[in-house]
Design a protein around this ligand. Structure first.
Ligand SMILES: Cc1cc2nc3c(=O)[nH]c(=O)nc-3n(C[C@H](O)[C@H](O)[C@H](O)COP(=O)(O)OP(=O)(O)OC[C@H]3O[C@@H](n4cnc5c(N)ncnc54)[C@H](O)[C@@H]3O)c2cc1C
Length: 485
């Protein structure tokens, strides 16, 4: 049995702590904040409940696997609710349609947009399925530094050579003629904070996963996931230390030996797992490093959370109000690093599916646009401008007038995301996935130089987004079992 300190109580930190405790290790989690969950968090006000981070989960079986690994059943803790339709898409020329989770319904829409795209859709999904089959046994299951085993080599035999290795947007354009469908499928790299014009085509696995496994909400809000993991951790005698910011990771003779907290307290351990942004590691090891290059960072976000007193049955659970020129939007986000003039607006109204989130009448609205990861530059002027652009966009798309019905409101800017979660620039997913290197060679789960030091979470391998973070916890706990016991 080893004593493991997990630095950070986000989803990845909690998941790795539970997996390690289930293998008999003594685990301490040090979280700098009062609450656990990191970006997967909650804000409750005047009877409204908001998830402040994730608003949709995919691959629910990955969540079930975590509960199973610690001898529990997910259904005893959480009620998953399928989101239907998956989303409504709204375009600047007035075109709008729902993306149904039912394949026959969705194919009707595709046929109406361009009948030739039905074939393109099947070819696109087949490519996504092949890429998933390949990555499930390789990228998603193993650390990049592990030598391939027989299952990995078998999976590599099925490498889809055509299209799979090209540019994401060009591959979408090669499968869909309808500009509406092109823009719709081009949106998926933003799930990992990246541009479709710069990402590799392998990210087609993301729309495939959503199509194959659906989009899910959790009754009571996604924060129920964190609450149930925290409850389980307490029952398993995992030591959960809130308000415990780690200032330094202690290394002696090339081996991690524990941590020093901000208040000066030292905690000794045999293994340390870091759940924060891997880009912060140099500072935690005492280097006066200037931080990661801004051009490498993933997107940040500007989020408005609005509790409105009026019930709005005309809204869908998820809706996307696209910009007129998607390429220009990403140029402004990544090349010019400024607020897009015409942002794509994402509106999540989870209270449409789950009335437990509102005080009787009303809706909880989570409204988000992509923003450049430039926390320090996101001034009050930018905040006012971002809010105004969102409201203009929604008004022009016929969104119900809610101005007089807003009861509670909270705003998250890249600056706040950066400061709250210690993510340089406010980048939600660590490094972006532009180009092969950054997409597939993320910081590994085991430190290359320091023995006993490991990483878990969205900024390290295999990447961001809640199911991927849970896969990261699985890889990290397996590496610790292999190297430390
Ligand atoms: C607005 C928003 C919307 C999102 N939407 C979705 C979505 O719809 N679907 C989806 O799957 N994902 C979504 N995500 C991404 C998802 O939230 C993350 O990928 C995931 O929650 C990251 O978990 P993590 O454990 O890697 O890191 P984090 O949640 O960042 O947790 C890291 C923890 O470490 C703590 N920490 C850092 N440094 C220290 C230190 N020195 N000492 C002590 N503690 C420290 C932090 O306080 C934090 O609690 C969204 C994120 C945001 C912000």
């Amino acid at each position: 049995m080893k004593h493991v300190i997990v630095v950070g109580g986000g989803l990845g930190g909690l998941a790795v702590a539970l997996r390690l405790a289930a293998r008999g290790h003594r685990v301490t989690v040090c979280e700098q904040h009062e609450t656990f969950g990191g970006k997967m968090n909650v804000w409750r006000a005047s009877g409204f409940s908001f998830d402040t981070g994730p608003s949709l989960i995919t691959m629910p079986h990955v969540f079930a696997d975590l509960f199973a690994a610690v001898g529990e059943r997910m259904e005893d803790h959480l009620e998953l609710m399928a989101v239907h339709p998956l989303a409504e898409y709204v375009y600047t020329d007035g075109t709008r349609f729902a993306c149904s989770a039912s394949l026959p319904e969705w194919l009707d829409v595709v046929r109406r947009l361009d009948r030739r795209d039905v074939d393109g859709f099947f070819r696109f999904m087949k490519l996504g399925a092949k890429l998933f089959a390949l990555s499930r046994e390789t990228f998603l299951r193993r650390s990049p530094l592990e030598p391939p085993d027989a299952r990995t080599l078998a999976a590599l035999r099925h490498l889809p050579l055509r299209h799979g290795w090209g540019n994401y947007h060009r591959t979408v354009a090669a499968h869909f003629r309808s500009p509406y469908l092109q823009q719709l499928y081009d949106r998926y790299p933003t799930y990992v904070g990246s541009s479709p014009y710069e990402s590799p085509a392998t990210l087609i696995v993301i729309p495939y996963l959503e199509c194959a496994f659906g989009g899910w909400h959790v009754r009571g809000g996604l924060y129920r996931i964190v609450e149930s993991l925290v409850e389980t951790a307490r029952r398993r005698a995992i030591e959960l230390r809130a308000r415990s910011r780690v200032q330094r990771i202690l290394v002696e003779n090339g081996r991690a030996r524990g941590v020093q907290l901000e208040d000066g307290e030292t905690l000794r351990a045999e293994v340390v797992v870091f759940n924060g942004d891997a880009a912060c590691m140099p500072q935690l090891l005492g280097a006066s490093d200037g931080g990661p290059a801004p051009t490498e960072r993933s997107l940040s976000g500007f989020v408005l959370m609005l509790g409105v007193r009026r019930t709005l049955p005309e809204l869908n659970h998820h809706a996307i109000y696209f910009s007129a020129d998607y390429r220009r939007e990403f140029q402004q986000l990544f090349d010019e690093r400024r607020l897009p003039e015409d942002p794509t607006v994402y509106v999540c109204a989870p209270s449409r599916t789950d009335r437990s989130l509102v005080p009787g009448e009303g809706e909880t609205l989570f409204i988000m646009i992509n923003a450049p990861a430039c926390g320090e530059r996101f001034t009050a002027d930018w905040t006012n401008e971002a809010r105004a652009r969102i409201m203009r966009k929604l008004k022009s798309a016929g969104f119900p007038e809610i101005g007089d019905d807003i009861v509670v409101e909270d705003v998250w800017t890249p600056r706040r995301i950066e400061a709250t979660y210690a993510m340089p620039g406010g980048a939600i997913y660590g490094a972006n996935s532009h180009g092969w290197r950054r997409a597939f060679l993320r910081p590994p789960n085991k430190d290359r130089r320091i023995a006993g030091l490991y990483y878990v979470g969205g900024s390290s391998h295999p990447g961001g987004g809640t199911p991927t973070v849970l896969l990261s916890a699985e890889i990290t706990s397996r590496l610790i079992e292999r190297h430390e016991t």
